[in-house]
Design a protein around this ligand. Structure first.
Ligand code: 0GY
Length: 289
């Protein structure tokens, strides 16, 4: 792994918040192990191996039932580690892949059979080289025919430029990590209000109220991130997902205790009804229908 890379928490605490039965961790990754599933030559970082067995142990430790495993940029467009984890999990995991525009119908069908239900379009410049929008458009049309959806990852300053493209997509669109707001600006700032407008005006848009550890400037209590997530859960209770983001690639400030991340959930989803929608009903509708 890179010399500055932080490994995931070795011993996460048992959360004090009991998640509802059947809860889904809807954003997590598997990395390697590199000896079996080498990292992509074009990757921008080399992580610490974090394989399926460790992911499933974390799932059980946190009281979750299911995972949605998202292909990360360090594996490029080779989804072998993802597919291996999906097959090992049986019906308890679904996947989001990253694919080439020239992927064949047979390859798409094989991914679907393994449990893939979406593709990820990554616009974060430190993670990937840029892909022409026409390429993404072509992929979108192919996967729409399968009933899949699109997960998009971008940084808040890029939202304005991306909006016409994103709103042209023909499927459900899930925005990673609340569009990565700058949490020093406030929920009422035009930047976050523009993100809210995107969801208000486009009912095919969902978002993951995840990653307080990436967004915080105050540190591991994550109180500065909570109002953003709570606002989205309150406004769009049936279009929000939650995930750990384990194994937390490229964290610099600290490595979160995943048990503490789970304990943030009741602050952002403040009733049992909202918790059940966030952790069970919404991900089940999108991934296990
Ligand atoms: C995340 C985080 C990151 C990395 C990736 O595809 C990736 O490599 O997603 C990140 O560094 O922000 O949210 O999964």
């Amino acid at each position: 792994m890179d010399s500055s890379y932080l490994a995931f928490h070795p011993n996460p605490s048992k959360p004090t918040f009991n998640v509802p039965p059947g809860s889904v961790d809807a954003h997590c990754h598997v990395f390697g192990p590199a000896a079996e599933f080498p990292y992509a030559p074009e990757r921008k970082y080399t992580p610490c191996d974090a394989g399926k067995k460790q992911l499933f142990a974390l799932r059980d430790q946190l009281g979750f039932t299911r995972n949605v495993i998202v292909q990360a940029s360090c594996h490029g467009r080779n989804n072998d580690a993802l597919v291996d984890a999906l097959k090992a999990a049986g019906s308890l995991a679904r996947g989001v892949a990253v694919v080439n525009p020239d992927i064949t119908d047979a390859e798409l069908s094989a991914l679907d059979a393994a449990g893939v239900r979406g593709v990820r379009f990554n616009f974060v410049k430190r993670l990937v080289d840029s892909t022409p929008k026409s390429v993404f458009q072509g992929i979108a049309e192919r996967i729409a025919a399968l009933g899949w959806h699109i997960v998009v990852y971008f940084e808040a300053p890029d939202l304005k430029e991306l909006t016409p493209f994103l709103t042209s997509l023909p499927t459900t669109v899930v925005v990673d990590h609340m569009g990565r707001p700058d949490v020093t600006k406030g929920v009422d700032h035009p930047d976050f209000q523009n993100f809210i407008r995107l969801l208000s005006e486009n009912d095919n848009f969902w978002t993951k109220v995840s990653c307080p550890e990436r967004l915080t400037v105050d540190g591991p209590a994550y109180d500065d991130v909570v109002p953003y997530a709570r606002e989205l859960v309150d406004r769009f209770p049936d279009r929000v997902l939650w995930g750990t983001d384990w194994p937390h690639p490229n964290m610099k400030s600290h490595m979160p205790d995943d048990g503490h991340l789970v304990d943030v959930i009741p602050k952002i989803a403040t009733t049992q009804e909202k918790q059940r929608a966030l952790l069970v009903d919404n991900p089940m509708r999108l991934y296990w229908r």
